[in-house]
Ligand binder design. Structure first.
Ligand code: HAM
Length: 413
């Protein structure tokens, strides 16, 4: 029955898991909008070459995590592993490249062929924000503030780690330095790891492998390769964060796994997720738009793992308001009429119109076990008198109410 199994790392989502995910999505949406970011939706499938040119040929994502396939026309496509490249592609494709500062957000599924574990899936959901067209520290701060606000609204305890990678020249000299540094450890590393690190030496810095960490211990940090302008720019970002009383640690080992980063990079780390504790990652990508064929516009953004956050938020038990049962099939229509009248008049009221065949005693039990606060049963008598016996299942009190009184009573629930 293989065909009835879900694909590894791509679970079905239901019950509490979906509720948690919805809470995170709703908080992201509200916060993005409150910072005046506009929604952008790009396709889930793109040309693989888009990610080769942006995320980078030597990145883990391109090396081993992309879900790629040829379509019926022989085009090499893939499921998007992240959202930034698609958004930048869309800005270029749609001619949305004037000098105005642009603020966009997106939410949706991303796909990476990684080893599934707590906080890591092969289909996962990201919410991301991208601020295009502003190079200064002001945009670093705006993006970090936005990310931080989402975590605070979700009551997540976090630490913010930041670092500064510099532009192309500094990064290239750092890469050359690391390549040379690595030569001393060729035998220790073995041919395969050695050549992988030679291809993308910056991965040496944030490797999770203890052998590599040991080797990297005495290597210089990127900070030693920054020019004065870059050092000043990082200082300005740090000063602004301090001025705004945003707490952070400078983590010189934070280099991020995608090749498009230049300048400020950051991650928000949260407890309760084990090894996969980065809930938000982002940074500047001032060359990406130009490199993909667009204008020379600076940009900064982040993406957060919706599933990761959903695992660690505290959720209050969902509030269910009223269960409306019925004595017999003939009363169901009227029960539905009453249910809908309540929904129309009371915003957010959760009303269950019971449609099954259980007897009245069993219906009362269901209302209780499913966590409803109120229950009422509709029969011929209620239809004739237009009055209802409403029971509060929390404290056992009962009220007899007419239609309008019922609306009024539940409005003040
Ligand atoms: P990223 O660090 O690769 O950055 O991913 C951002 C966040 O997505 C991570 O911090 C994590 O919470 C979540 N995430 C990543 N992989 C998985 C997975 N396999 N399962 C569950 N959650 C995952 C980016 O994707 C960049 N596009 C962020 C960015 C936007 N930089 C600039 N703008």
């Amino acid at each position: 029955m293989k065909d009835l199994k879900t694909i590894r790392g791509m679970p079905d989502l239901y019950d509490e898991e979906v509720e948690r995910i919805s809470i995170v999505e709703k908080t992201c949406l509200e916060t993005f909008k409150s910072f005046n970011f506009q929604e952008f939706r790009t396709p889930v499938i793109e040309n693989k070459s888009l990610f080769q040119r942006s995320v980078g040929e030597s990145s883990d994502i391109i090396q081993k995590e992309v879900y790629e396939f040829e379509d019926r026309n022989g085009e090499l496509l893939c499921l998007r592993p992240e959202g930034t490249a698609g958004l930048v592609r869309a800005l270029i494709t749609n001619g949305l490249m004037n000098d105005e500062i642009k603020k966009f957000f997106y939410l949706g599924p991303m796909f990476r062929y990684e080893r599934p574990q707590k906080g890591r899936k092969r289909q996962f959901f990201q919410a991301g924000a991208e601020l295009i067209g502003e190079e200064s520290t002001k945009s670093d701060v705006e993006i970090i503030l936005l990310a931080k606000t989402i975590l605070e609204k979700l009551n997540i305890k976090y630490t913010l780690e930041i670092n500064y990678l510099g532009k192309e020249d500094s990064l290239n000299s750092y890469r050359s330095y690391l390549r040379e540094y690595l030569q001393n450890f060729k035998d220790e590393l073995g041919e395969k790891v050695y050549s992988r690190l030679q291809r993308n030496p910056i991965r040496l810095i944030d490797s999770k492998d203890s052998n590599i960490q040991e080797i990297c211990k005495n290597a210089s940090d990127i900070s030693e390769f920054l020019n004065n302008e870059e050092k000043e720019s990082f200082k300005r970002t740090i000063k602004s964060l301090n001025d705004l009383k945003i707490e952070f640690n400078v983590n010189k080992k934070l280099v991020r796994g995608l090749d498009y980063y230049t300048g400020t990079v950051f991650e928000f780390i949260a407890d309760g997720l084990g090894a996969q504790n980065a809930v938000i990652g982002g940074g500047r990508y001032d060359n990406l738009i130009k490199d993909l064929g667009g204008r020379d516009l600076p940009a900064i953004g982040f993406a957060l793992g919706i599933d990761r956050l959903a695992e660690i938020i505290n959720v209050a038990e969902r509030k269910k308001d009223i269960f409306i049962g019925s004595v017999d099939d003939d009363s169901i229509n009227y029960a539905q009429y009453i249910g809908n009248k309540l929904r129309e008049n009371i915003e957010g009221l959760v009303v269950e119109n019971y449609l099954g065949n259980a007897n009245v005693a069993k219906q009362l039990k269901k209302a209780d076990s499913q966590g409803f606060k109120f229950v009422m049963i509709v029969g011929q008598e209620e239809q004739n008198t237009k009055s209802f016996k409403l029971k509060n299942l929390n404290d056992g009190t009962e009220n007899t109410l007419g239609e309008e009184e019922l609306v009024e009573f539940l409005n003040g629930r």
